[in-house]
Design a protein around this ligand. Structure first.
Ligand code: GLU
Length: 448
């Protein structure tokens, strides 16, 4: 059978086994598109049915989370942990608290996490979890009660050598503090079973910066490969959370111009550029006041608020989707190409849909998928685990140097498996490099 036929058969089986899980189908399709020909050429992986095994999570835990709101009303949410694959290390991946959280979303994230974590070079398996809980508009006390209730169940399934959760959308420093506090209370031990902790209780320096900085280290490598650099580049960044803020910060420090940021209400476009001082305003607005990005335009009058819009209609050289899944659709991809955007480097997980990836690649736009470009976050989580085991804390400089080394290594892996003449297919490179390591390990274990 040829690779195209194998791919069709594989995907139709996967869709039948996982009905209605469109985000999960999308993530697997992206991987299978590039892996099927590789598997066709390497019979051992085909005979071992590695892709079939890799797309079936080791286990999924779904649980009720009850808590009381400030009015004394009982509230019920659904909590999840998808433990996808622990071939190369303990399950590792973030927790997402957002109303859009569903089994499909967490399976797509958990599946991508296996590949991302493999690329980091660290011993980390893949997992994801979360709840359909919306921290937006909740008081600190409500968030604390929710986190404590969530952890009361989750604690049975995690541990520093078993499964190590972290943050993701809706789970930042505040939530990690509450979750880890409850873990400590229930277990009476501080073993570092969560990452993204505060620096006073076992957290790694540079963990907050790591995803955004790593993403910019990655694009810098990709530009360097074609003899270019970041200085003076006009950048479109979406999102305004942890990843977007630190991607913008690193872009500024490397001489690029940041034109946009966004939240679920719309985008801000500042033709003068969002400089360090303006970025400090956004950090305060988002991290402390928990306000809306539109407030930026009330302070900085030259900036425009694009209500309900993403930033992809603004003319720029480089695009960094750092908000959430499927924020670049085919119309956005066409606009980016016609505006001569040179590269799309994903700070978020799966922000670009598959049709758009193909369109961007066909038009020779450098496209770097999240599993490579945003791996810096989980990589520093891995370094946090190392520091916890060693009972030490590295300096920010030490961690940053290691992060840079890891991002360079990931870039190298993508190039060595994805080079197609002068163009690098980063999707293919990332998928094959990540897959090979896991597949070889799974074969070594036998049929389990
Ligand atoms: N949620 C982040 C990601 O998507 C970080 C996960 C972690 O640090 O474990 O990779």
């Amino acid at each position: 059978m040829d690779a195209a036929k194998d791919l069709k058969k594989f995907m139709s089986g996967l869709k039948k086994r996982n009905p209605g899980e469109k985000e999960f189908h999308q993530a697997v399709q992206e991987v299978a598109n590039t892996l099927m020909p590789f598997i066709g050429d390497n019979k051992i992986y085909q005979d071992g049915q590695i892709l079939e095994r890799l797309t079936e999570p080791d286990r999924i835990i779904i649980f009720r989370v009850c808590w009381e709101d400030d009015k004394g009303q009982v509230r019920t949410n659904r909590g999840y942990r998808v433990q996808f694959n622990n071939s190369i290390g303990p399950y590792k991946g973030g927790l997402r608290f957002h109303p859009t959280v569903s089994l499909s979303v967490l399976k797509f994230l958990g599946f991508e996490q296996i590949f991302k974590n493999s690329l980091t070079t660290l011993p980390l398996g893949g997992a994801k979890g979360g709840a359909n809980f919306n921290p937006k508009g909740k008081s600190d006390a409500e968030v604390m009660r929710f986190c404590q209730s969530f952890m009361t169940e989750l604690t049975r399934h995690i541990g520093s050598d078993i499964d190590v959760p972290a943050g993701d959308i809706g789970v930042g420093a505040r939530e990690i503090g509450f979750l880890y506090g409850q873990f400590k209370r229930l277990n009476n031990r501080l073993t570092g079973a969560i990452t993204g902790k505060g620096p006073t209780y076992g957290g790694s320096l540079m963990r907050p910066e790591a995803t955004g900085y790593g993403c910019i280290y990655m694009i810098r490598e990709a530009l360097d490969k074609i003899g270019d650099d970041l200085s003076g580049k006009k950048c479109l960044v979406s999102g305004s959370g942890n990843v977007a803020q630190h991607a913008a910060e690193k872009l500024l420090s490397l001489g690029a111009k940041v034109l946009t940021l966004s939240d679920s209400g719309g985008s801000i476009y500042d033709p003068d550029g969002i400089d360090e001082e303006k970025l400090a305003f956004i950090k305060e607005l988002k991290n402390v006041k928990r306000g809306r990005i539109s407030e930026y335009c009330e302070k900085y009058k030259k900036a425009e608020f694009l209500a309900g819009k993403r930033p992809w209609g603004v003319k720029g050289d480089l695009a960094f989707p750092c908000a959430t899944q499927n924020e670049i659709g085919i119309e956005d991809a066409k606009t980016l190409v016609s505006n001569k955007c040179r590269a799309v480097c994903e700070g978020a997980n799966m922000p670009t849909d598959n049709e758009s990836i193909e369109y961007l690649q066909a038009n020779k736009v450098i496209f770097i998928p999240g599993k490579a470009a945003n791996a810096g976050g989980v990589a520093v989580s891995g370094l946090e685990m190392t520091q916890n085991s060693m009972r030490i804390q590295w300096t920010a400089k030490e961690v940053d140097e290691k992060l840079l080394g890891i991002m360079k290594n990931i870039h190298g892996q993508c190039v060595s498996h994805g080079e197609e003449g002068k163009y690098v297919n980063y999707v293919k490179g990332a998928n094959i490099a990540a897959f090979k390591k896991i597949a070889d390990t799974m074969l070594a274990y036998g049929i389990i």
